[in-house]
Design a protein around this ligand. Structure first.
Ligand code: NOJ
Ligand code: CA
Length: 563
C-alpha cells in the first residue's frame, strides 16, 4: 500500500464530497467502436473538473462477457478489453489524481460471471477444490429446483448444470452465479482483490447488492408474500454483518477507504446496522425508498409529494446523528431523474432538472450524481422490445409476455418509463453525429433530443442545467451547514411545495422547491424570516430580506439564508 493513500484523507472525507457516476459503456468512446472506454473518460476529466465533482464512481470496468454490462465479472484483476488496458486504467487514475479527483470502483462480489475461473473449476466436479466457492444443491426428486427462489431477471434462481447434475444459485442472470461467502477462502480472495485495487490508489468501493452475500441457511421456500419481494429475504442472511465487519477491519479501515453499499432489500429500520460507525461496516448505503417510490417491480405507479418528503425524512432519521447516507435520484438502474420526478416537457425540462439538482445537493448526505443528469438528459422514446438491450427486459419479456401473462402493450407501456436503459443511452456531448459520443455505431441508440440537450451547448450557456449543478456543487463546498446541518422538513403535508431547513450552529438555510407547473403564494411556517436568496433556478424572482411570504414560480427552487 502506498503510504500516501493512508495519510492524505481525513477520516470522514467521504461526507464532504460530491460523487459523479460514470457508466463507462455509455460515457465517451475514444476509438470509434461504439463502446465508451477508459481513454474516453480520461479525455473528459477537465469537463468533470469544471463541474466541480470530487469523486468518480466507475461502474464495472473489469473483464466480463457482458451478460449484464460488466456486473458479471470474469476476472477481477483485468480491465474489460472493450474499455482498454490496465495501462489505460493507470493513466486514467493518475489523470484523476492530478486534478484532485478520487476514484471509487464497483465491487461486484455477490456473484461472478459463469466464465470466471472459479466457476469453471467449481462446476467441473463435485469434489473440485473450488466446488464450495458457489452454492450447489440437489434438485427435488421430481427434478425441479431445490426451492422456489425467483431470479430478479425472470425465471428460477437455480440452474441445473448437467456436468455434475446439481443446481447452482443465481439471484440475477444464470450467467451470474452467486458466491458462497460462508467459505473463508472466498472471503479472503475477495479481500485480496480489494487490496489489489486499493494499492493502485483507488479510494474505495461502491458495493453491488452487498446485503445479499449471506444466504439463508435453510434455503426454505418463500411464502407468497415473500415472493413479491424476495430481496427482503435474500438480504437478511445471518452473517452479513459479520462479513462486513471483517471486511472493514481487514481491508477498508487500514486504507481509509470510502464504502457505499447498494442496500437492496434493506429496510430503513435496518440501515443503522450497516452505517452506524461504531459497528465498523460501511460509510453509507443507497436506499431504494425514493427511486422506487412509484414502482411495483417493472410497473410504474403514482407518487405524491408528501410521500416523497416522508421518504426523505425517514432516510435522514435512519442515518441518525452518527450515521450517514446518500442522496441520489438516478443511476444506471433507474429512469432519468428529470423524466421521473421532474417534468421533461419542453416548457419545464430545464427548470425542473435544476430544481431536482437543488433538492439532491442540499441533503444531509453524500450526493451521487449520475452522468448526463447534469445536462437534464431525459428518458428515451422506446417503442418496441427490440429497442432495449437490457438483460432484465429480455428476461421479463420471456417470462411475462411470451407466456401470455402480461399483454405486450401493457408491459411496454410501463417499462418505457421504468427501464434501466433509459439511463444507459450514450452521453450527449455535442450536436455532432451520435451526440459526439462515438464516430462509429453506438452500442445503444442515442436519444434523438441530443441536438437540444448536449454538453457543448450547456457549457456556453451560463443559465444551463450544467451551470446550475456547478454552482450548487461550489455552494455546498463553501457552506458546511449544507453538508452537515440538521435536516428538517417544515411542511410535510403540502402537496406542491417541498420546504426544509438545514441548520448548523447559528447558520440556517431554507430550501423551497415548487414541485409543479403552477405558480403559488407561500407563507413561511412558524416564525421563519428570509435574510437573502443564495441560489435560485429562475431569472431571479426571489423573496427579499425580512420576507415571511413568497411567490413561487413553476418549478422554482431557491436556497435562502434565514435570519
Ligand atoms: C445492481 C446493479 O446496479 C445492477 O446493474 C446489476 O444488474 C445487479 N446489481 C446485479 O449485479
Ligand atoms: Ca471504444
Amino acid at each position: 500500500m502506498s503510504q500516501t493513500t493512508r495519510v492524505i484523507r481525513p477520516s470522514s472525507w467521504w461526507k464532504e464530497v460530491v460523487v459523479y457516476q460514470v457508466y463507462p459503456r455509455s460515457f465517451n468512446d475514444s476509438n470509434g467502436d461504439g463502446i465508451g472506454d477508459l481513454n474516453g473518460i480520461t479525455a473528459k476529466l477537465d469537463y468533470l473538473k469544471r463541474l466541480g465533482i470530487d469523486v468518480v464512481w466507475l461502474s464495472p470496468h473489469f473483464d466480463s462477457p457482458n451478460a449484464d454490462n460488466g456486473y458479471d465479472i470474469r476476472d477481477y484483476r483485468q480491465v474489460m478489453a472493450e474499455f482498454g488496458t490496465m495501462a489505460d486504467f493507470d493513466r486514467m487514475l493518475e489523470a484523476m489524481k492530478a486534478r484532485g479527483i478520487e476514484l471509487i470502483i464497483d465491487l461486484v462480489v455477490n456473484h461472478t460471471s459463469d466464465e470466471h475461473a472459479w466457476f469453471a473449476a467449481s462446476r467441473r466436479s463435485r469434489d473440485n477444490p473450488h466446488r464450495d466457492y458457489y452454492i450447489w444443491r440437489d434438485g427435488k426428486p421430481d427434478g425441479t429446483p431445490p426451492n422456489n427462489y425467483p431470479s430478479f431477471f425472470g425465471g428460477s434462481a437455480w440452474k441445473l448444470d448437467p456436468i455434475t447434475g446439481q443446481f447452482y444459485l443465481h439471484y440475477f442472470d444464470a450467467k451470474q452465479p452467486d458466491l458462497n461467502w460462508e467459505n473463508s477462502q472466498v472471503r479472503s480472495d475477495v479481500f485480496d482483490l480489494m487490496r489489489f485495487w486499493l494499492d493502485k490508489g483507488v479510494a474505495g468501493f461502491r458495493m453491488d447488492v452487498i446485503p445479499l452475500i449471506s444466504k439463508q441457511p435453510s434455503l426454505a421456500d418463500l411464502t407468497p408474500d415473500q415472493l413479491a419481494h424476495p430481496e427482503f429475504v435474500y438480504a437478511n442472511g445471518p452473517h452479513v454483518h459479520e462479513y462486513l465487519q471483517r471486511m472493514h477491519r481487514e481491508v477498508l479501515a487500514p486504507y481509509h477507504a470510502m464504502s457505499v453499499g447498494e442496500a437492496f432489500g434493506v429496510t430503513l429500520e435496518q440501515a443503522p446496522l450497516f452505517t452506524d460507525p461504531r459497528r465498523g461496516e460501511l460509510n453509507m448505503i443507497f436506499h431504494f425508498d425514493i427511486v422506487r417510490l412509484d414502482r411495483e417491480n417493472w410497473r410504474k405507479t403514482d407518487w405524491t409529494l408528501p410521500a416523497l418528503k416522508a421518504a426523505y425524512t425517514r432516510i435522514d432519521e435512519a442515518a441518525g446523528l452518527r450515521g450517514w447516507t446518500t442522496s441520489y435520484l438516478c443511476n444506471h438502474d433507474n429512469p432519468r431523474a428529470v423524466s421521473h420526478f421532474g417534468d421533461d416537457s419542453p416548457a419545464w425540462r430545464e427548470r425542473s432538472a435544476k430544481a431536482l439538482a437543488t433538492l439532491m445537493l442540499t441533503q444531509r448526505a453524500t450526493p451521487f450524481l449520475y452522468q448526463g443528469d447534469e445536462l437534464g438528459m431525459t428518458n428515451y422514446p422506446f417503442q418496441s422490445v427490440q429497442d432495449y438491450d437490457d438483460v432484465e427486459i429480455r428476461g421479463q419479456w420471456r417470462q411475462l409476455v411470451e407466456t401470455g401473462l402480461v399483454p405486450a402493450a401493457e408491459y411496454l407501456g410501463h417499462v418505457c418509463q421504468t427501464s434501466r436503459d433509459n439511463a444507459r443511452t450514450p452521453m450527449q456531448w455535442s450536436q455532432e453525429v451520435n451526440a459526439g459520443f462515438t464516430t462509429g455505431q453506438p452500442w445503444l441508440a442515442v436519444n434523438p433530443n441530443y441536438l437540444e440537450i448536449n454538453a457543448a451547448a450547456q457549457l456556453e450557456d451560463p443559465d444551463s442545467v450544467f451551470h446550475h449543478y456547478r454552482r450548487l456543487i461550489a455552494l455546498r463546498r463553501q457552506k458546511p451547514a449544507l453538508v452537515h446541518g440538521a435536516y428538517l422538513d417544515i411542511d410535510p403535508k403540502h402537496e406542491q411545495i417541498f420546504a426544509y431547513t438545514r441548520s448548523l450552529a447559528d447558520e440556517r438555510y431554507l430550501v423551497i422547491v415548487n414541485f409543479g407547473a403552477r405558480p403559488l403564494g407561500y407563507a413561511l411556517p412558524g416564525s421563519l424570516r428570509i435574510e437573502r436568496a443564495v441560489l435560485d433556478n429562475t431569472s431571479g424572482d426571489t423573496a427579499t430580506a425580512g420576507a415571511t411570504q413568497l411567490r413561487s414560480a413553476p418549478w422554482q427552487a431557491t436556497i435562502y439564508k434565514l435570519d
